[in-house]
Design a binder for this molecule. Structure first.
Ligand SMILES: [Cu+2]
Length: 325
């Protein structure tokens, strides 16, 4: 935990305020509410059709007083975590997200951030526990997470799923410091930030449609992302090829991974296997496709084949290949 040093200027301001307080103390000031407050921050954002998902805490920065609590609320189907590593120290490098590591996907640390340990919400999503929220072992889905900050300081947190690009900061002033924003103003800022993500995502979607049109009818764009918004759609969503034809699935994104999965989802780590090319005539076939990689599938039998992104099918990321004789 890092504690802000009290600068000489700030100390002077505090002392002056104390001195003035003696002179102009009024009943109104005596009645000022200094009891601990709870502040709400949203985790993630999405468009109404969940095709666009945002990798942000909303708002990304909040200033509270010592003793207050932040209440994070899951705001998207997409999985996120609220994670303070090492008591909220900024990190040069984050651990790679691995749903097989229990401490990454379950609540860690107590309800009060005190000391240098790790504090983790576990998996936050609007999908209820027990329903499909991606390739996770059976684990509680956390709809909200509360953490109380007894000590002044600056605390940095991350989403373990999305890494350093999804970062938030809680600035904790000494108890009794006037707040810079009301919850209504924080909510307004969160709404503006959410709108900006959806606007950016719609631009990304239009760009992805253009890329798919340029690439031709046998190429499928496997989502897209720009480190801010993610597109959770296959474009073209339905492709028709003759027997012996090849479909190229390409992920044009900056790093957001997806899968192309025919048949059953491979269990656990097998889901993360990248397959560059395969032939397919039915049954199970899956490739994990990180940003900038292609998966080429040659279709050997006529039929209508449905496939999913195993990570984002809940958001509607599904597609169809029709193979004609
Ligand atoms: Cu996906």
């Amino acid at each position: 935990m890092s504690v802000k040093p009290l600068s000489a200027v700030r100390l002077l301001v505090v002392l002056t305020a104390l001195a003035l307080g003696v002179v102009v103390w009024s009943p109104a000031m005596a009645g000022a509410d200094t009891s601990p407050q709870t502040w709400t921050v949203l985790v993630g954002a999405q468009s109404p059709d969940s095709a666009i998902s945002g990798m942000k805490f909303l708002p990304g920065e909040i200033t509270i007083d010592a003793g207050d609590t932040v209440h994070w609320v899951a705001n998207s189907i997409e999985l996120h975590t609220v994670t303070f590593l090492d008591g909220g120290q900024p990190q040069d490098a984050l651990p790679e997200f691995n749903p097989g590591i229990t401490s990454q996907i379950t609540t860690q640390g107590g309800p009060v951030l005190q000391g240098g340990g790790d504090y983790n919400s576990g998996i936050m999503t609007t999908v209820p526990t027990g329903e499909d929220a991606g390739p996770l072992p059976p684990v509680a889905h956390v709809a909200s997470y509360d953490l109380t900050f007894p000590d002044a300081g600056t605390y940095t947190y991350y989403c373990l799923v999305h890494g350093a690009m999804m970062k938030g900061v809680v600035t904790v002033d000494p108890a009794g410091t006037p707040y810079p924003m009301t919850q209504a103003e924080i909510d307004h800022r969160a709404q503006l930030e959410a709108n900006a993500i959806v606007t950016d995502g719609n631009r990304l979607r239009a760009e992805t449609n253009r890329m798919a049109a340029m690439a031709g009818p046998h190429t499928v764009m496997v989502g897209n992302d720009d480190m801010n918004a993610m597109l959770m759609r296959f474009v073209h969503q339905r492709v028709t090829v003759p027997v012996g034809g090849t479909v190229t699935f390409t992920n044009p994104g900056m790093g957001g991974p997806h899968t192309v999965t025919f048949g059953e989802e491979p269990p656990g780590p097998a889901l993360e296997a990248y397959v560059p090319a395969a032939s397919y005539g039915g049954g199970n076939l899956s490739s994990f496709i990180p940003g900038h990689l292609d998966f080429k599938v040659t279709f050997t039998e006529p039929g209508t084949y449905h496939y999913i992104c195993a990570l984002h099918d809940v958001q509607g990321m599904v597609g169809t290949v029709v193979v004609r004789r």
